[in-house]
Design a protein around this ligand. Structure first.
Ligand code: IMP
Ligand code: MG
Length: 188
């Protein structure tokens, strides 16, 4: 069993501190509030990774706002490589037709997940459809994605924390950090 101390010890470098993340999320919220100019916004969170990000971002946005949740899987088990396969595990609960929709993602890596989601949600005829991602890893992009709001652009490293997982763990860390390489080798 991994204790909380073990999980902290698995992190090599802290890439983004809690303070850095909170400051940037506040900036994004202010920018989004200004850009949408009093219109009503629907935030669509892509579970599970974007849960903390959406929870903080929505409270930084001063617009009439509704949320909906989708869950998709693009990675099987605890691997760190995209399978390219996207499966909908949980669909929207309300219609987004005619709504201003902002997709809220944790990280864009290959872009395969969002490429699928943009086409899927676009088919539901929202008035506008934009993308907000906390992290962008452009080095590994396989498909081009028009990203409207980016929290941080990061190097090609596998990161965990603030929603991001490895083998479903580490999501509850308050910061974003790089896993020590030996963690991949030792599942136990
Ligand atoms: P994409 O389809 O390759 O763009 O992958 C997007 C999804 O892969 C994200 O929503 C994450 O769930 C996962 N992912 C990609 N890179 C990382 C990472 O560095 N750490 C944790 N999860 C990641
Ligand atoms: Mg995700």
């Amino acid at each position: 069993m991994r204790t909380p101390a073990d999980l902290q010890a698995d992190i090599g470098e802290i890439l983004l501190t809690e303070a850095q993340i909170q400051a940037r999320v506040a900036e994004l919220g202010a920018q989004i509030s200004a850009d949408y100019g009093g219109r009503r916004l629907t935030l669509v969170s892509v579970l599970k990774g974007s849960l903390p990000f959406m929870a903080d971002l929505m409270r930084s946005i001063s617009l009439p706002l509704q949320i909906d949740l989708m869950e998709v899987s693009s990675y099987g088990g605890s691997t760190t490589e995209s399978s390219g396969l996207v499966r909908i595990l949980k669909d929207l609960s309300s219609s987004i037709e005619g709504e201003d929709v902002l997709i809220c993602e944790d990280i864009i890596d290959t872009g395969l997940t969002l490429n699928y989601l943009v086409r899927y949600l676009g088919g539901k005829k929202p008035a506008t459809l934009r993308i907000c991602t906390l992290l962008d890893k452009p080095a590994r992009r396989l498909v081009e994605i028009p990203v409207d709001y980016t929290g941080f652009t990061i190097p090609d490293q596998f990161v965990v924390g603030y929603g991001l997982d490895y083998g479903e763990l580490y999501r509850n860390l308050r910061f974003v950090g790089v896993l020590k390489p030996e963690v991949y080798a030792d599942p136990g």
